[in-house]
Ligand binder design. Structure first.
Ligand code: EPU
Length: 417
């Protein structure tokens, strides 16, 4: 039987917690292995389900992923199969990032359309247009894309929509292309900068990553090096919000506070005490929690991946808060579960909710619809009176390493059953 969490709410958290490596950075480093002749080493990898899924796909294509020790992997990306396994691909949407390096190395890639999911439609038009701009031919047949180009050619490409994985995929494709690529309206997330820094260390020539305009001068070959995964800003931010929601004082270690400037501003506006240090942050309760208007946005705006936990936190603020989810059209429906726990949330349209607080939350049986909503519900369970059973925790395990053990250490009453 699938496992679940039981959580007894109402306990304060205390002490220190360490942040793991960023899932959304490590996944792209795994994909980049395909660009190399020799194996690359990746450190500070979170031991989460999504990493297992991307490893399975790399291995199904003829590569090899060796788990050296906790958090450390060696990856032979010399794959021979240009077809991304249609059974495995839908299990992890980030598999789309593999298309860029496979196309660059094998001259062709075939992959299934990823389709929509619980958080939204999730189109891939910017990937396809990007490949076309680099000179690839695209064929679509039933549910598959066939993309081919004997040698990709550098070009100017403007993203119609800012896309994180889109930027990473086209950047990975352009690294070994002939000539110069200029990407405009690129995403600026720290995971992209980190990937570019790694590729540059290996001999690539990428300028401007972390800004909307990225310039890539194609190189012949990359030299295999070690990638150290940056700390997970979403996990760090979630811990800070958990502390604020439970009125606790905790210290969050091994993180980069600069990646969450907007969150610190918002928490301080709410009345939460935030002390920033070089690689750690201390959170302490203020007098009372004030409401807030939150609009999710591409980096450096408020991350959609923190929308769920901050929504839960705002159920505890005195007054009305508004959440405007601008990135995904399906990412607010999970708040119906919060209402079942006693929150007062009205949905204006799929992109906007109004939260009236403070609400006394009550524990109950709930299900996690997606990875981040799972943490929003877990936050609610930690605040709630009584016991919560949180099901479908595969979603939480996709991105948070053994979360229950780590939260137990800072005082949470949470068990995996
Ligand atoms: N979009 C398009 N066309 C495209 C691609 C995207 O219209 O071809 C739209 C999407 O529909 C969405 C917006 O652009 O409205 C942004 O989507 P984006 O492509 O940036 O999202 P993503 O790259 O698929 C990554 C993270 C997500 C995170 C978003 C936004 C990874 C593996 N995933 O997704 O993380 O929410 O950026 O920051 O890096 C998660 O970890 O829970 C997660 C969903």
């Amino acid at each position: 039987m699938a496992s679940f969490f039981t959580i007894k709410g109402g306990k304060k958290l205390k002490g220190e917690i360490e942040v793991r490596g960023a899932k959304n950075a490590a996944l792209k480093a795994f994909a980049s292995a395909i660009l190399f002749d020799k194996p690359i080493t990746i450190k500070n990898v979170p031991e989460v389900e999504d990493i297992k899924r991307i490893s399975e796909i790399i291995e199904s294509g003829g590569g090899k992923v060796e788990h050296i020790r906790h958090g450390e992997y060696k990856i032979w990306g010399s794959i021979t199969n240009h077809i991304i396994d249609p059974e495995l691909a839908p299990r992890i949407r980030a598999s789309i990032v593999l298309t860029g390096p496979i196309l660059a190395r094998l001259g062709k890639v075939r992959f299934p359309h990823p389709g929509g999911c619980v958080i939204g439609k999730r189109p891939i038009d910017v990937f396809i247009d990007g490949f076309r701009a680099l000179g690839a031919k695209i064929k679509t047949e039933k549910n598959f894309y066939d993309v081919s180009a004997r040698k990709l050619k550098g070009a100017k490409y403007v993203f119609k929509n800012v896309s994180v994985t889109g930027t990473e995929t086209i950047m990975l494709a352009a690294v070994l292309a002939q000539g110069k690529t200029v990407l405009k309206n690129s995403a600026c997330e720290p995971e992209i900068t980190s990937l570019a820094n790694f590729l540059n260390k290996c001999g690539a020539n990428i300028k401007g990553a972390g800004t909307p305009e990225i310039e890539i001068e194609g190189v012949e070959k990359l030299k295999a090096e070690t990638y150290v995964t940056i700390p997970d800003r979403i996990e760090a931010g979630t811990f800070a919000i958990l502390a604020a929601a439970t009125g606790s004082k905790i210290k969050i270690n091994k993180m980069n506070p600069d990646h969450l400037d907007i969150l610190w501003t918002m928490l301080e506006d709410m009345g939460v005490k935030v002390k920033l240090n070089k690689e750690c942050v201390e959170i302490a309760p203020g007098k009372k929690l004030k409401p807030l208007d939150v609009k999710t946005h591409e980096y450096p705006g408020f991350p959609t991946d923190l929308q769920a936990p901050i929504s839960t936190l705002l159920t505890q603020a005195e007054g009305q808060s508004i959440i405007h989810e601008t990135i995904y059209e399906g990412r607010l429906f999970w708040t119906e579960e919060l209402n079942r726990m006693g929150a007062h949330i009205a949905m204006c349209d799929p992109h906007r909710i109004v939260i009236s607080g403070p609400s006394k939350l009550r524990g109950r049986e709930i299900e996690s619809p997606d990875i981040r909503a799972g943490m929003g519900l877990l936050a609610a369970a930690l605040i709630a009176k009584g016991k919560t059973v949180l099901r479908n925790i595969y979603q939480v395990d996709r991105g948070y390493e053994r979360i229950e053990e780590r939260l137990q250490k800072i005082g949470a009453d949470i068990k995996r059953k």
